[in-house]
Design a protein around this ligand. Structure first.
Ligand code: CP
Length: 312
């Protein structure tokens, strides 16, 4: 099986089979990642460009390492150090990168739909590394990989997403994928941080953190996105943490083998207490490693769409 899509713009576009293909390929890439010699020739002769208009540590670095581990030529452009700062439009910047021979362009942008716009204007494959409040598909894929590694299946898994659901592109991509994969998803947070009508996406809504995590198999804390919020959505960060932080007492209500996830960066003591972040249920550092494997898999699959080569 091959990827049906030239671009990875959102989890909503991917079939269940394509998601499984990406996760299976990422499993093979993880073997490379964990070996002493991480070099493979899979992307020899290919050019990978990361174009980041917003800050990032995990996503940007994992794409850059993924490209390097597979022998690609890679470069990064950020808004502040490029001609974007002189007023160049997004499309003109993308066309310029494309004309230098890029095979894959990876973009993070504060505007929802930015990666879709670029995909319409370049010959290269485009990967959405987060577009405003819309989607962050590669984060969701690494979350799925971590869940599948630990739980084996998504069927009827109880998965709770807590926090700023309203402004979270990670929440949207996770909900779209997890519901498709057969999980039972609950979202929890203050009324002001949960989108109206989100039940239509197939999730249960809870405004009580304790109720939402009871008997959960997976609990995923989501960052309070202060950079995207209007004022007045909750009285203060301290107040928010008092009612919605996941700490040891809250996590005890979940199943004994609960998996605690967070996409990062974490605000310690806000979404999650330090004790649970560093505790035995936390798989947050494993998510980071799986992020490199998933991004290696995506670069491999997108550059192999015309061939029958597999990563076995
Ligand atoms: N999870 C995530 O997107 O992290 P970065 O902002 O560090 O890339």
């Amino acid at each position: 099986m091959k990827l049906q899509h030239k671009h990875i713009l959102g989890i909503g576009d991917l079939s269940k089979e394509e998601i499984c293909l990406i996760l299976d390929t990422a499993n093979n890439m993880k073997i490379v990642l964990e070996s002493k010699n991480k070099r493979t020739p899979y992307l020899q002769g290919k050019s990978i460009i990361t174009l980041f208009y917003e800050n990032s540590t995990r996503t940007r670095l994992s794409f850059e390492l993924a490209a390097k581990y597979m022998g690609a030529s890679s470069a990064n452009i950020s808004a502040s150090g490029s001609s974007v700062a002189k007023g160049e439009s997004l499309i003109d910047t993308a066309k310029t990168i494309n004309m230098m021979g890029a095979d894959v362009i990876i973009i993070r942008h504060p505007m929802a739909g930015a990666s879709h716009l670029i995909a319409k204007n370049v010959g290269a494959s485009v990967i959405n590394a987060g577009d405003g409040m819309n989607e962050h598909p590669t984060q969701a894929l690494l979350d799925f990989m971590t869940i599948r590694e630990e739980k084996g299946t998504f069927d009827d898994l109880r998965i709770t997403l807590t926090g700023d659901i309203m402004h979270s592109r990670v929440a949207k991509s996770n909900i779209l994928g997890l519901v498709k994969l057969g999980a039972r998803v609950t979202v929890a947070g203050p009324l002001t941080l949960i989108p109206k009508d989100i039940e239509k996406m197939g999730v249960r809504v809870s405004y009580s953190i304790r109720d939402s995590v009871r008997d959960a198999d997976v609990v995923m804390g989501l960052r309070i996105q202060t950079e995207r919020q209007k004022n007045g959505l909750y009285p203060s960060i301290r107040e928010y943490a008092k009612f919605f932080s996941v700490d040891d007492k809250v996590l005890k209500l979940a199943k004994p083998d609960v998996l605690l996830l967070h996409p990062g960066p974490v605000n310690r003591g806000v979404e999650l207490s330090s004790s649970v972040i560093d505790g035995p249920s936390s798989f947050i550092t494993k998510q980071v490693t799986n992020g490199v494997a998933v991004r290696m898999a995506l670069l491999f699959l997108l550059t192999r769409r015309e061939t029958n080569e597999t990563a076995d």
